[in-house]
Design a protein around this ligand. Structure first.
Ligand SMILES: Cc1cc2nc3c(=O)[nH]c(=O)nc-3n(C[C@H](O)[C@H](O)[C@H](O)COP(=O)(O)OP(=O)(O)OC[C@H]3O[C@@H](n4cnc5c(N)ncnc54)[C@H](O)[C@@H]3O)c2cc1C
Length: 391
């Protein structure tokens, strides 16, 4: 896959916005453990960056997924992982199913304002008792007249301290766990107030991604019209698995630039740092490690671009997106850890940019499907799992 002039223009526009409106505030937002999502998203929305692949009828640009990939990559210029992740939730995690399967009414009410940057969205899949095993979620949407009445808990939800709505996976009936779920659009806040029955139980403190707010949320008989369901009843598990493909492609693409930055910062530092009568970069061990990691990051780029090419061609990319996400998780542990070592004590300080990557990047092996979940999917696509485990 080759980026065109248009891809590069989108990246340049985003980078200018990052340099002017995001990076100067990142340290402050990291310390506050939240960033002003409405303000940042409004700016991105005005530049047309929140709906690159979304339908033009709802304010999107109607482009193919390679443009989303170009944007995800350029988000790596942000000096932390939390703000890019929050933006990715809005563009590639909470909205793909809504854009593809939502009714026109739902898309006008929730997608168009999300693309314009007037509303902040979040994706509610995980719960205290169900993360890797999505089929085990307990939150229910009981039918009452024309409404659903939703009760349960959602945990680890990015953007949820500020979000106006949630794309929520709920059980809409009894029955087999892969056929009883639906995705429902749930308003969380209206006119600055939380809706009746919805409560933030806790803002979760984390070792990294600090500028991104993460919530434990309670739903006690929250009422939404049944027409807020995305697509067919009972198809939610399948829709979410499809939505995960974009989340995983995005996760892989969004770390290519930041991993490259981490290596380059360390090259610069090693060339400057004096020890034993030479520079740190004069040590062949350091040279070889840095060279090897650059090769690994370029392998991730090649894999992710290839996955994207297949996706743009309309193919099922379960296997490609899974491999790219797995590789991204692995490199987010290897690269910042190895680089941090070369910074010595400086790498162990809180403010150091490599140490922030070390903390932020650790999530890549856990969120959006842990490494082991990726390996399980690959084992299945390779026909390796025992027949009793095949679903
Ligand atoms: C900062 C942050 C932001 C997040 N944002 C969101 C969000 O916006 N929306 C949302 O819905 N969720 C979100 N999540 C949740 C995230 O997707 C889950 O944490 C993740 O899916 C893992 O689930 P779990 O934490 O319940 O771990 P568990 O499911 O309990 O798994 C624990 C560990 O078990 C291992 N494991 C899992 N499966 C297997 C297996 N088959 N074989 C062997 N080992 C295995 C893995 O090492 C895994 O890390 C977020 C999480 C974090 C930390």
């Amino acid at each position: 896959m080759q980026f065109t002039h248009e891809h590069r223009e989108i990246q340049a526009t985003l980078k200018r916005y990052i340099d002017e409106h995001i990076n100067p505030h990142v340290d402050e937002w990291e310390a506050a453990e939240i960033f002003p999502a409405h303000e940042v998203f409004k700016g991105l929305g005005q530049l047309g960056l929140l709906g690159l692949t979304k339908p033009e009828a709802f304010g999107g640009a109607g482009l193919d997924y390679s443009y989303s990939l170009a944007m995800a990559e350029a988000l790596g210029h942000i000096h932390c992982g939390g703000v890019p992740m929050a933006i990715g939730v809005q563009t590639d995690m909470a909205t793909p199913a809504l854009a593809r399967f939502g009714s026109d009414e739902l898309r006008a009410q929730f997608l168009a304002p999300a693309i314009a940057g007037d509303m902040v969205g979040c994706i509610g899949v995980s719960e205290p008792g169900a993360g890797s095993d999505v089929s085990a979620i307990k939150t229910t949407a009981r039918k009452d007249g024309d409404d659903y009445v939703i009760s349960g808990q959602k945990m680890w939800i990015t953007n949820s301290l500020q979000a106006d709505w949630m794309c929520m996976l709920v059980n809409t009936s009894e029955g087999p766990a892969h056929k009883n779920k639906s995705l429902v659009m749930v308003p969380l806040r209206e006119n600055g107030k939380t809706v009746k029955g919805f409560e933030v139980g806790q803002k979760i403190r984390k070792i990294g991604m600090n500028s991104s707010d993460t919530g434990l949320l309670f739903f006690d008989e929250v009422r939404v019209p049944q027409r807020y369901r995305i697509g067919a009843e009972g198809a939610g598990f399948i829709y979410q698995m499809q939505q995960f493909q974009e989340e995983r492609l995005w996760a892989a693409a969004s770390c290519i630039q930041s991993l490259s930055n981490c290596i380059q910062w360390t090259v610069d530092y090693a060339q400057d740092r004096q020890l034993f009568g030479a520079t740190l970069a004069d040590q062949q061990w350091v040279q070889f490690k840095l060279a090897e990691m650059k090769t690994e990051v370029e392998s991730l780029r090649a894999l992710t671009y290839q996955a994207c090419e297949h996706y743009v061609a309309g193919e099922d990319v379960t296997e490609w997106a899974t491999m790219a996400k797995l590789k991204a998780g692995r490199l987010n542990r290897l690269v910042p850890d190895t680089c941090l070592q070369f910074w010595g004590g400086m790498g162990y300080t809180w403010e150091n940019k490599v140490s922030r990557m070390f903390r932020d990047g650790r999530l890549a092996s856990i969120g959006g499907g842990a490494d082991e979940v990726m390996l399980g999917i690959l084992a299945k696509t390779m026909g390796l799992q025992k027949s009793s485990l095949r679903r």
